[in-house]
Design a protein around this ligand. Structure first.
Ligand code: 13P
Length: 251
């Protein structure tokens, strides 16, 4: 009942021509897959170049961040309306790299989620503990704080489009994927926090993606778990063949 989402976070990779070449490779490999919601997230400057190439492919376009104001004296920022204007339908918010290097907090993440929803963008809301937090036994405490902080003030109706991505920081770019059990445990916990906050119906419906060293070889095991509804893929989304085989995990 929850449609799986496979999203590629291209991070700080791919110029316009490189992005177009990747779509050209990827599109034919995922044609006809309609049981999975497919998303790619290039850098801001590449967004406007992609809608024409994505037309008819079923691949959705996401930005990697958004600012919460519509316009104003905010040098360097991009608003939800501008992302829509560039052709995006989704936006990644609160990625751990933004929390780690650019000062994102639960409060800024919350403002961005609200602005994205108001602007009719689908937020892909990222959370996840560091290795230090996991080893100190604080994983659930951190996840609960991030979920509650990020979703503060949202009604069940406002929350409905939100996609959550659980990305344990220690698994990102390290090749050290969480075990299926570790991921399932965290996802079930996150779903429980959503149930507490917004009710069982909201919790049953929300898609929770796993991110952190997802590869064609490990996606099937992860997707076999009941609370894992998709993947947010970094490195393995930069090649058409590997991303397509992740998208086609069910075959
Ligand atoms: P990797 O798949 O490269 O570990 O990156 C995961 C990630 O951060 C996706 O947002």
């Amino acid at each position: 009942m929850r449609k799986p989402v496979i999203a590629g976070n291209w991070k700080l990779y791919k110029t316009k021509d490189e992005a177009l070449a990747l779509i050209e490779e990827l599109a034919p490999l995922v044609t006809g897959v309609d049981s999975v919601e497919i998303v790619v997230a290039p850098v801001f400057t590449v967004l406007p170049a992609l809608p024409a190439a994505l037309a008819g492919t079923g691949i959705n376009l996401a930005a990697q961040d958004v600012f919460w104001e519509e316009e104003g004296a905010y040098t360097g920022e991009v608003s939800p309306r501008m992302l829509l204007d560039a052709g995006a339908s989704h936006v990644i918010i609160g990625h751990s790299e933004r929390r780690q290097y650019f000062g994102e907090t639960d409060t800024t993440v919350n403002k961005k989620i609200k602005a994205a929803l108001k602007g009719a963008l689908v937020p892909i809301f990222c959370i996840g503990e560091t290795l230090e937090e996991r080893e100190a036994g604080n994983t659930f405490k951190v996840l609960e704080r991030q979920v509650k902080g990020g979703l503060e003030g949202l009604s069940e109706t406002q929350f409905a489009p939100v996609i959550i991505a659980y990305e344990p920081v220690w698994a990102i770019g390290t090749g050290k994927v969480a075990t299926d059990d570790q991921a399932q445990e965290a996802h079930a916990f996150i779903r429980g926090v959503v149930a507490q906050l917004l009710g069982k119906d909201a919790a049953d419906k929300v898609r929770i993606l796993y991110g952190g060293s997802v590869k064609p070889e490990n996606v099937k095991g992860l997707m076999g778990r009941p609370d894992i509804d998709g993947a947010l893929v970094g490195g393995a989304s930069l090649k058409g063949a590997s991303f397509a085989s992740i998208v086609r995990f069910g075959e």
